[in-house]
Design a protein around this ligand. Structure first.
Ligand code: BG6
Length: 481
């Protein structure tokens, strides 16, 4: 079992789920800083419960997260010990432009990421940077309505130009928007959208999507102008949708579900709105407002690679009885697939789905792929001797790495694999600390207790071996079923 020699093994994190220090270093409030843990979280993420400042009776996990802001050296040293070739992380927009519409950036914020990138490079770890991972400066939401407003394109261009100019010597791999399709599923989390009673949500979402797509193409253009060597990708919450049966209605439904997500990266990778989207928009009576030059920009500045997250496959049916048997799956509810198991959070576990999804994406775009998120969120138990035996996580990852190798054998061009939450962090969907993904345990809990101490899990040494052997050790190890 051989992976390409320069394969980028590593892990992935995001600013809002790790850094904490939410108003330190001149940082402004970001959308995620107002997403509480607890029962109102979902309504806020959906854009149905506006709030523009933290409330006293709420807990906001992003405020402390895992304190990466102060502990990044220690954490990066642990990543280096595992032999990481790459770390995917995001820049917090509100650290660079605290309000979002300033003309000058916040030097302290810029310096922080300089320090982080230098630390990574010192250890031979390549930074892979997402420009926007679920965060928008709150001022842009409050004063402009966030991505529903065309002005966001200008603000984002300024932000992108600032960071691309500053870091292009240190960062080669970039992504514009994390899981850009999340805009349709969690509009506040994905795009800072808040809705008023009676508004046409679908229209606002499409208009906001157009603005993000234009901003993404503009960032690609700026990046390539600054440094033609930069690799700038898109990022999709991916997963193939299976029809529950071979009934053509189910198959059609599965195709439609997939296209709902492909819509975004079809534009980013192929440079134009796809025919099926034009038809849907027309039938829904939605007319996206475009400016002169938008179509050319989208056409001429497509992405260099497709970044994607994969956790589970999806399944859909047109039969109302089957639709009663749903399960979770990131934020994509899906019909329970009778052939597959689910995680403790109800997410379907389907390693083969990763191979299928990678093939589906490669067949469609013929662009290099980068798996920038994959992993198992699980409860971990610290034994009395301090050890953490996360063999279930090793099993999940091993099975996915094998299928990833199969995809490479199929001819899929794969740049790398950065598993999600390589160090425990705050869950995006639930806001919990208890949902852990890491090779490194962080002693912090949902009730606010804990020391933030870092501790290696069993998977730490296992992943170290995976990287050291360039994936070869996975071939000989049995799966835990
Ligand atoms: C992706 C996001 O949706 O899935 C991450 O890009 C997120 O930010 C990850 O953390 C896992 O989801 P969750 O809800 O388990 O944290």
């Amino acid at each position: 079992m051989q992976f390409p020699n320069n394969f980028l093994w590593g892990g992935a994190i995001a600013a809002n789920q790790t850094e904490g220090a939410y108003v330190e270093g001149g940082k402004g409030l970001a959308s995620v800083d107002l997403i509480p843990s607890g029962p109102t979280r979902r309504a806020v993420m959906l854009g149905e419960l506006p709030s523009y400042e933290p409330l006293e009776n709420q807990t906001y996990p992003s405020h402390e997260a895992i304190d990466f802001y102060h502990r990044y050296k220690e954490d990066i040293a642990l990543f280096a010990e595992m032999g990481f070739k790459a770390l995917r992380l995001s820049i917090s927009w509100a650290r660079i432009f605290p309000k979002g519409d300033e003309l000058e950036p916040n030097e302290e914020g810029l310096q922080f990421y300089d320090d982080v990138f230098d630390e990574l490079l010192k250890h031979g770890i390549e930074p892979v940077v997402t420009m926007a991972h679920f965060d928008v400066p709150v001022h842009l939401i409050q004063s402009y309505g966030s991505w529903r407003n065309r002005k966001m394109v200008t603000f984002f261009e300024r932000y992108a130009e600032t960071i691309l100019n500053r870091y292009h010597h240190k960062v080669r791999y970039w992504m514009t928007f994390n899981e850009i399709n999340m805009l349709f599923h969690l509009p506040y989390m994905g795009a800072g959208l808040v809705f008023q009673e009676g508004e046409n949500k679908r229209y606002i979402q499409y208009q906001a999507a157009h603005h993000q797509l234009v901003a993404s193409a503009a960032a690609v253009k700026i990046g390539h102008t600054i440094n033609p060597d930069l690799q700038i990708g898109c990022m999709l919450a991916a997963a193939m949708t299976y029809p529950y049966t071979c009934n053509p209605d189910d198959v059609e439904k599965a195709m439609e579900r997939d296209r709902e997500n492909f819509f975004f990266i079809d534009v980013q990778a192929r440079g134009a709105y796809p025919g099926y989207a034009l038809r849907q928009l027309k039938e829904a009576g939605i007319e996206i407002v475009m400016e002169p030059g938008d179509r050319e920009l989208l056409r001429e500045h497509t992405v260099d690679y497709i970044g994607f997250s994969y956790y589970s496959s999806r399944c859909i049916s047109t039969d109302p009885d089957v639709l009663n048997k749903m399960t979770a799956g990131n934020v994509f509810p899906t019909v329970k697939n009778p052939y597959l198991q689910q995680s403790e959070w109800g997410w379907t576990i389907d390693p083969k789905g990763l191979r299928l999804t990678a093939n589906q994406l490669y067949d469609r775009y013929q662009l290099p792929l980068f798996i920038v998120e994959n992993g198992l969120g699980a409860f971990d138990q610290v034994e009395t001797d301090g050890q953490i035996h996360d063999d279930y996580r090793i099993s999940y990852l091993k099975d996915h790495i094998r299928e990833m190798h199969e995809a490479i054998q199929d001819g899929v061009e794969l740049i790398g694999y950065t598993s999600w939450g390589c160090i425990d962090l705050v869950s995006a969907s639930t806001g919990e600390y208890a949902k852990r993904y890491g090779y490194i345990y962080v002693d912090y809990h949902d009730d606010g207790s804990g020391t933030m101490e870092r501790r290696k899990k069993e998977s730490f040494d296992w992943y170290k071996q995976v990287i050291a052997s360039n994936g070869a050790n996975v071939k000989y190890e049995a799966s835990l079923k």
